[in-house]
Structures are given as C-alpha cells and as structure tokens.
Design a protein around this ligand. Structure first.
Ligand SMILES: C[S@@+](CC[C@H](N)C(=O)[O-])C[C@H]1O[C@@H](n2cnc3c(N)ncnc32)[C@H](O)[C@@H]1O
Length: 203
C-alpha cells in the first residue's frame, strides 16, 4: 500500500481511535510502563515516540522526562497529532511537540534522541526494517529503543482470529475481519452486552 493510502486510512480511523484513548491507555498500562523503563525514558531524556496515535504513551513519557526533557510525538496522520496536542495541553504538559510523517522517513536530526518508543505501530508499517533504520539514525550512540508489538497470530487470541478471518472468542457475531475500527466496534458491542447481562443478574 502507498504511504498516501496508509495516511488516508489512519486519518479515517483517528477520531474513533482517540475516542477510545482512555480505555486503550488502561489496557496497555503494564506494557507501556515496561516499554518506557526499557527505553530509559527518565528525567531529562529526549524521546521520540513513533506512531504515537492519540498519545497516551506520549503523555506518560512527557511526565517521566519532566521539564528538563522533551518528547517528539510523530505519526503519519495529522488528526492523531491534533489529539496529542489537545491531550498534552489538557494535561498541562509543555514538553511535547509533534512531527507529521511516516516512520520510514523520519525527518529528525541524526543522533538527536536518547530514547525511541513505539507502541502498537511497528508491525503495521509497510516497511518496518526501513523504519528501524530511521530510528537507529535518530538515536544517539548509547540511545535505546523499545517497542510494543503484537505477538504472532497463532499466539494472539485477539488478532490471531482476525488474521485467520474468524471472530475472536466472545465476538462470534463479527462477520468480517480487518481494521482496528472493526475490532473496537466488536469489543464495544461485547462490553455493552456484558453490562446488560450484569444489570439483568443484579435485578
Ligand atoms: C494502532 S495505532 C497505535 C497508536 C499509539 N501508539 C497507541 O499505542 O495508542 C497505530 C498508529 O500508527 C500510525 N501509523 C501507521 N503507519 C504509520 C507509518 N508508516 N508511519 C508512522 N505512523 C504510522 C497510525 O496513524 C496510528 O496512529
């Protein structure tokens, strides 16, 4: 797929993705904290967040690095970056800036970051190897990178069935497989059904 098509696809998904930001942040909290620790996102660090989405992990990184540090949040979709800016402003963070563009073509100075993070992005890129070379160039020689990715389809009980074009456990009503938007919609339907079931039990 061409970069323009990927951008258009994510622009279309951005508002929906941002609506789920708090939920995603909660689901992803342990993995996010592990990623930040492994990348050495500590006080004063200069951090690049690749494929930042609506930016809940960006904000966690910004809190960790403090006012002496800085986080550049980068994404292919401008709308995602708009959400990051709004969320950073709402959180009172002044050490976050944004950068639009594909991870494969990171427009940053060589060796200008201490840490690079990427949560739920790398496995979606059209050229992950090219993106990793760009990340390597962005990092100072002793810099660190940590990413969160899905496991293999066979070991993944959510995306595995989607990959195999079947519904994940509990989402058997889903008839088509594919986008994150589909997944979130299925999950939302399932959660609403669970809430209804709990209410009925509580009567
Ligand atoms: C599954 S979302 C993850 C967002 C965020 N990191 C999180 O964990 O909530 C994937 C993100 O990757 C971005 N993306 C997809 N392909 C990209 C590329 N080639 N370069 C940069 N960003 C990309 C999308 O716009 C989207 O924001």
């Amino acid at each position: 797929m061409q970069t323009a098509d990927i951008r258009a696809q994510w622009e279309g998904a951005a508002t929906g993705w941002a609506r789920w930001e708090a939920t995603i942040a909660t689901w992803m909290e342990p993995a996010t904290e592990a990623m930040l620790a492994m990348a050495g996102v500590d006080a004063g660090a200069r951090v690049l967040d690749v494929a930042c989405g609506a930016g809940s992990q960006t904000l966690r990184a910004a809190q960790r690095v403090g006012t002496q540090g800085h986080v550049v949040a980068s994404d292919i979709a401008d709308t995602m970056l708009h959400h990051v800016q709004e969320n950073a402003r709402a959180a009172g963070l002044t050490n976050v800036t944004t950068l639009a563009g594909a991870a494969e073509d990171l427009a940053v100075a060589a060796e200008s970051f201490d840490a690079v993070i990427c949560r739920l992005g790398l496995m979606l890129f059209s050229d992950p190897a090219k993106a990793l070379l760009a990340v390597r160039r962005a990092l100072q020689p002793r810099g660190k990178v940590a990413v969160v990715v899905f496991t293999t389809p066979a070991a993944n009980n959510v995306y595995g069935p989607i990959h195999a074009n079947t519904a994940p456990p509990g989402w058997e009503d889903a008839t088509s497989a594919g986008t994150t938007r589909d997944l979130l919609a299925w999950r939302s339907r399932r959660d609403r059904a669970l809430v209804r079931r709990q209410r009925l039990r509580g009567r």
